[in-house]
Ligand binder design. Structure first.
Ligand SMILES: Cc1ncc(COP(=O)(O)O)c(C=O)c1O
Length: 424
């Protein structure tokens, strides 16, 4: 059939031209479809299959079928309101109020089809051409989540700031917000951080979050905190920090890293005007949200058990693996210029090879050829006004997939990295 000749729309150029996140999902999907035996899957953001947690989801589904068939029928047969399921929303409000005394009402919560969709709506709600000129989102701590990169429909939706690199003993390092050099101006409508940060596993301290919030309050901007890996669920945080809530704050949570990415459930907590707007966007873009995740986990939210599952089952699982993985990286990379970002949370390790010849993409290709899938670091340095050579020296690996195969993957990686340094 002849393809109809047509001009590319701006939206097509922006959203359908291919992107880092698409390549990442594609690599992940292909590798999983072909069977994980062929490759060491250290790319992607899939959570680990934790047997006890997976068993819990099976049990909850069985209980719903056996003891609450009307809830099961409702889950499959009824569109939820665009804000989300009322009972689930009330349970979320109560959970946070009981734990932290935040005083949330139903007006502070809206459900979306996953955190990713929440960000697409949120960024395009807040950034773009406004009545008084351009509005932008500031990412104050680069590198930052690859999935934000292409989400702003306006070409100048985002501005990012280079971080300070703090080198630490034991071949470790940590990024810090460069508070003195943040590119603040009238256009900044919101500041956005993921906490823990994907890709680095950095966790902003309570003091850093408070300082960001104060800057936002002084300048009339929203502070957006992405808790995809955060507390109190899934609680993949290994440092001693508290969840934050304050004026003009927007928090997002997700059921994905609890082991339920297939349910596509995002939870946004924010000021009522933001929640109302996101509800409206839900209706326009998709009528209603998928409600399987909300129905399945409802008993755990109503009882508060979701917090103990996260704290006692999910957090220790990742913390233990992260420590082992960091040790394995150091052992394998002995003699190779390799620094590891301190692993304070999430399910990734962020590796920095100072002076890496050829750049991160070339290393990614070499590693793929050798059967190890990673994510090249430069994708995570989006919206920086000036290129940062450091971006070409880093990669992200997911340590959660198969810890038994991890030493072999690191052995291959060390051979490949060494060859890169020796070749050029
Ligand atoms: C930091 C961060 N935010 C948001 C998301 C989106 O997750 P989901 O749409 O599955 O809730 C992810 C997924 O990996 C993430 O890493």
């Amino acid at each position: 059939m002849n393809q109809r000749k047509r001009k590319q729309t701006r939206l097509q150029a922006k959203l359908a031209k291919g992107s880092g996140i698409e390549r990442l999902m594609d690599d992940l999907g292909r590798a999983l479809a072909e069977g994980a035996g062929h490759v060491h899957m250290l790319g992607g953001g899939n959570p680990a299959p934790i047997p006890e947690v997976a068993q819990r989801w099976r049990t909850l589904m069985r209980e719903m079928l056996d003891s609450a068939p009307e809830r099961f029928d409702r889950m499959l047969g009824v569109y939820d309101p665009q804000q989300g399921n009322g009972r689930f929303i009330r349970a979320v409000a109560k959970l946070f109020n009981d734990a932290y005394g935040w005083g949330l009402t139903e007006d502070n919560i809206v459900i979306t089809n996953g955190g990713q969709t929440a960000y697409f709506y949120l960024f395009n709600l807040l950034a773009g051409e406004g009545e008084e000129g351009l509005q932008r989102i500031l990412f104050p701590l680069m590198p930052e989540y690859i999935g934000y990169a292409e989400q702003g429909l306006h070409p100048e939706s985002f501005i990012a700031a280079q971080s300070i690199i703090e080198e630490l003993p034991g071949n470790l390092f940590k990024y810090r917000v460069d508070f003195d050099n943040l590119p603040w101006d009238e256009s900044i409508a919101a500041v956005c951080v993921s906490r823990p940060t994907n890709p680095t596993g950095n966790v902003l301290t309570d003091a850093e979050v408070q300082r960001l919030h104060q800057l936002c309050t002084e300048r009339g901007a929203y502070l957006i905190i992405d808790n995809a890996y955060g507390a109190p669920f899934p609680d993949m945080i290994f440092t001693d920090v508290q969840p934050f809530w304050g004026e003009n704050t927007v928090l997002t949570y997700s059921l994905s890293k609890l082991g339920l990415p297939g349910t596509r459930t995002g939870i946004l907590i924010g000021p009522p005007e933001i929640c109302r707007a996101i509800s409206s966007m839900n209706a326009v873009a998709g009528l209603a949200n998928g409600n399987v995740g909300q129905s399945l986990t409802l008993p755990l939210f109503e009882s508060g058990e979701i917090m103990t599952v996260a704290h006692d089952e999910i957090r220790p699982y990742y913390q233990e693996r992260s420590q082992r993985a960091v040790q394995m990286v150091h052992e394998a990379m002995d003699g190779v210029p390799c620094r590891v970002h301190v692993s304070e949370g999430a399910l990734f390790l962020w590796l920095w090879f100072p002076g890496l010849p050829g750049g991160a993409d070339a290393l990614y290709e070499d590693l793929k050829e050798a059967g190890v899938l990673v994510v090249p670091g430069h994708f995570f340095f989006h919206a920086l006004p000036e290129p940062w050579p450091h971006a070409e020296e880093c990669i992200r690996i997911n340590y959660a997939m198969n810890i038994d195969a991890f030493p072999e993957a690191m052995r291959i990686m060390a051979v490949v990295v060494r060859a890169r340094f020796e070749r050029d």
